[in-house]
Design a protein around this ligand. Structure first.
Ligand SMILES: [Zn+2]
Length: 287
């Protein structure tokens, strides 16, 4: 069992930090998560959330700690997973307000070097990043965003007792409405998001391929968080169309990751994932 923080991302305007994680070699039963924050990589770490269940991220709110969250400060996070009496912590990762696309693990970075690196250029990049992210977010919210549910595919939790064979370590029966063919009970964790549907992708063809080949792919862009992965699903609210994520790429402006671009394929209406009811999923992920 191993836990890795795979994204730390700020919203300076609303004084929030988004922390996302993934679990490797997960146990077959439900786990809980604790989140810790520090101003130093060596601690002490303050516990800011405990016993989180059935989630893959946490949003750290700073409105009650004025001055803590600023462009000038480094903030370190750790996440712990607990399960069946076992407890494992992630490496501390830090957010320096700067330039890296993803959190850097403390073990990879020399603290004195980090301090020296902090210069005026960094500050300008931080300000620029703040503006670019905010502009994209406002565009989604006010102009071109459409309401969707990210169905985050479960990769840990409780194994499905109906279709999963633990000896063979595979699914032995498909079209399972307990895990929606993920082998993890519940199948997906829903997160409301906004997406921007792009122009249809060009149809791919090659001169060696006889006849036209139609590849029905749809492209969306969305905020840089939550981090979206292959095989997650996006469900569009207004028409209930669902798409399998086939690839995700990050879009950068001057090394600053601004948004994710998703290539997806529409899911046929007889697929088991249409049994997941999205009508009752209220609210909007607002980071
Ligand atoms: Zn199942």
């Amino acid at each position: 069992m191993k836990i890795i923080i795979n994204r730390v991302y700020p919203n300076f305007a609303e004084q929030k930090m988004y922390i996302q994680w993934e679990v490797e070699s997960p146990p077959s039963v439900e786990a809980t998560f604790d989140v810790f924050r520090s101003e130093s990589p060596t601690g002490g770490f303050e516990q800011i959330a405990s016993n989180l269940r059935n989630t893959y991220f946490y949003v750290d709110q700073f409105e009650n700690t004025p001055g803590f969250f600023s462009l000038d400060r480094s903030i370190y996070y750790k996440v712990a997973i607990s399960c069946s009496g076992e407890r494992v912590e992630s490496n501390p990762v830090y957010f320096d307000g700067a330039i890296s696309a993803d959190p850097m693990e403390q073990r990879d970075v020399d603290a004195s070097y980090r301090h020296m690196k902090r210069n005026q250029y960094d500050k300008q990049l931080r300000l620029l990043r703040n503006k670019l992210i905010l502009d994209f977010k406002l565009g989604l919210e006010k102009i071109y965003g459409i309401s969707a549910i990210l169905l985050k595919r479960k990769r840990w939790g409780t194994r499905c007792g109906l279709c999963y064979d633990p000896i063979a370590n595979k699914q032995i029966k498909s079209h399972c409405d307990k895990c929606y063919d993920t082998t993890w009970v519940g199948g997906y964790i829903p997160t409301p998001i906004l997406v921007h549907e792009q122009k249809p992708m060009p149809i791919q063809s090659g001169k060696d391929i006889p006849g036209p080949i139609e590849i029905k792919q749809t492209s969306f862009s969305t905020l840089y968080f939550p981090k979206i992965n292959y095989d997650d699903i996006i469900a569009i609210r207004y028409n209930n169309t669902r798409y399998h994520i086939k690839s995700v790429s990050d879009t950068y402006i001057r090394t600053i990751p601004i948004h994710q671009t998703i290539i997806s394929e529409i899911i046929p209406p007889d697929h088991i994932v249409y049994k997941i009811d999205i009508d009752t999923m209220e609210g909007m992920f607002n980071v």
